[in-house]
Design a binder for this molecule. Structure first.
Ligand code: C2E
Ligand code: CA
Ligand code: CA
Length: 565
């Protein structure tokens, strides 16, 4: 229970992490990016305003200089006309005039702009030649003026139009969320543009300044951080969507691996619960019809009664190494299942399938000795099969292990010979005692000439090397005939019997011995019934109906195999 809870917590943890981490990370990166873009934008706005202020001031100054150099620095009618003309032609200067030392305007053009006559501050000793000031006639209307001293008393004055700083700068997201202020050096405010937004805290604001190098002008832009961040809203939404998709996928994956793991757990639990049991397929002498022993074939008998054939779980058992435990359990079980039978029949052989993994170290030797060392089944009765299907990792070590098995008195067979990796090299290097000719070749006896030739050649090869030969998967009488004709004495197959439960095998062996009629004949109905049962529970590929009917349809053979009375 607690274990399962931990699993779920881990599962949810993985999902939350896989979803949350990218969101958090992108949030960090995006907001960083957005803030830096915002600051850049604010700097740009400040620079735009500053540039305009500088252009307007520069224009005013150049107009005033022009007036001075052209000797129009007086209030004569001609000069005033000149002022008016210049102001009219200027983009940012709305009025030009002359002020006296008290700051009162002596004259200015065009007159219309003087609706509110302005008064400048009085001149002071040591004032610079050029001065920049702000006139605030009304609270809301501020105008900048540029003055240029003519003599000790009088100054030329250019009033900058209200439109001088009327610009629109900056990205739309700042339009209503920024405050732009243009100031003179002494802090006097030339212009201040305020949107709907008011800064509430320092963390909520981006402040960027631009200071003129030519004139005493400074621009300050205060913008809303939130507005800058809102800029990434679409990206943020996209990230959340992507991360959520990622999270869902991660959850699916984690769920899958968890389920896989619990499947794995179910399998190891099955191993612990000893749900893997041996079935026994009898092996016969083709000439005498006598039972020679059997091959142990594993079955997974699940608690619900279903029987799983080895093809469905062996790859997993091998990949996880659990095959070692399974093999150990099977061997142990054989002692209690057929120990008595083997003890009574010292000539019986018991074949046990090993995998390539068993030849990686000496563990199997320990298992064999521990299980059979002091048992009713003697080492001499054992045969260990090594399949050619999966390559052996270390040939030298495998050879050494085979040598030790043989030293005990047991035999070693090469299984599925001719179908896998080893070929002749295995025969040469491994030093096995028996070749098992695969069903694949036996199947083609009588139907496919080249396969039949292969069988003949393999048999010939085995004979030449002095090896025993067992034919596998014999299903038809013509196969039996052919095998006999080329001198193969030992075989197993559905024609005689499928793999049987321990009980059915003991029964089968008892009858076969008493009756010496190995093929399934009518008197064997009881055993057959059990065979049928156990078989029906298996998959179709094992209980090949064609094979079964073939096997059933062989009473002649049974007859034939009865020793002449
Ligand atoms: P294998 O060692 O070649 O075993 C012979 C397979 O052929 C068995 O399938 C057997 O039931 C089936 N068979 C026997 N006679 C006939 C026949 O006349 N017709 C047909 N159609 N099939 C026949 P099974 O029991 O499904 O085993 C499949 C394979 O799984 C075995 O092939 C063996 O490689 C592996 N295996 C089975 N038990 C064990 C085990 O305990 N340990 C290991 N490592 N492998 C095992
Ligand atoms: Ca085998
Ligand atoms: Ca085989």
């Amino acid at each position: 229970m607690g274990h399962r809870l931990v699993k779920w917590i881990r599962l949810i943890g993985v999902t939350v992490f896989v979803t949350g981490a990218p969101i958090a990370l992108s949030e960090y990166v995006l907001s960083h990016h957005a803030l830096s873009l915002g600051r850049q934008e604010a700097r740009y706005i400040a620079a735009q305003y500053l540039e305009r202020a500088e252009v307007a001031t520069g224009e005013a100054l150049s107009l005033l200089s022009e007036i001075r150099t052209s000797n129009h620095e007086d209030c004569s009618a001609e000069s005033r006309q000149f002022f008016g003309l210049k102001a009219f032609g200027s983009k940012y200067v709305s009025q030009i005039g002359i002020a006296d030392e008290t700051g009162a305007l002596m004259c200015s053009e065009p007159m219309g702009a003087l609706a509110q006559p302005a008064r400048l501050p009085a001149t002071e000793q040591g004032d610079p030649t050029v001065m920049l000031g702000i006139l605030s006639d009304r609270k809301t209307m501020r105008q900048a003026i540029v003055t240029l001293r003519i003599n000790d008393h009088n100054r030329l004055v250019a009033r900058l139009s209200m439109q001088a700083l009327d610009i629109e700068a900056g990205a739309s997201y700042f339009q209503d969320n920024a405050i732009v202020g243009v100031y003179l050096e002494d802090g006097a405010e030339w212009m201040k543009q305020v949107g709907n937004w008011q800064p509430t805290s320092e963390s909520d604001t981006i402040i960027e300044n631009a200071v003129s190098e030519r004139y005493p002008i400074k621009v300050m832009v205060t913008a809303s951080t939130a507005a800058a961040l809102s800029n990434i809203n679409s990206l943020r939404t996209m990230t959340i969507v992507m991360a959520t998709i990622g999270g869902v996928l991660a959850f699916g994956f984690a769920l899958w691996t968890t389920l896989r793991a619990s499947e794995g757990d179910a399998f190891s639990r099955a191993v612990r619960n000893r749900e893997f049991i041996p079935y026994y397929q009898p092996v016969f002498d083709l000439f005498t019809g006598e039972i020679r022993g059997c091959e142990v074939l594993v079955r997974w008998l699940r608690p619900d009664g279903t029987m799983v054939p080895p093809g469905q779980f062996l790859p997993y058992a091998e990949a996880t190494g659990l095959i070692r435990d399974i093999t150990r359990q099977l061997m142990t079980q054989t002692v209690s299942d057929v120990g008595e039978l083997y003890n009574r029949n010292p000539g019986f052989k018991l074949s046990i399938n090993l995998t390539a993994m068993h030849f990686n170290d000496l563990e199997i030797m320990e298992d064999i000795k521990q299980i059979y060392g002091d048992s009713l089944i003697r080492y001499e009765q054992l045969c260990f099969e090594v399949t050619e299907q999966h390559p052996l990792k270390d040939i030298a070590l495998s050879r050494a292990i085979i040598g030790r098995i043989q030293a005990l008195g047991s035999q070693v067979a090469i299984d599925d010979f001719g179908t896998g990796h080893g070929g002749l090299a295995y025969l040469q290097k491994l030093g096995v005692d028996i070749i098992k000719i695969d069903k694949m070749f036996i199947d083609h006896i009588g139907t496919d000439h080249s396969s039949q030739t292969i069988v003949d050649t393999l048999v010939d090869l085995g004979n030449q090397l002095g090896l025993g030969i067992i034919a596998e998967g014999v299903e038809r009488t013509d196969q039996v005939e052919h095998l006999k004709s080329i001198g193969v004495a030992t075989a197993q197959g559905y024609i005689y019997s499928p793999p049987l439960s321990a009980k059915a095998f003991l029964e089968f062996a008892r009858k076969a011995q008493g009756d010496v009629a190995p093929a399934r004949t009518a008197p064997d109905a009881e055993a057959e019934a059990e065979v049928g049962e156990s078989f029906a529970a298996l998959t179709v590929d094992e209980a090949d109906p064609a094979a079964a009917s073939d096997a059933d349809a062989s009473p002649d053979l049974a007859e034939e195999q009865r020793p002449a009375a």
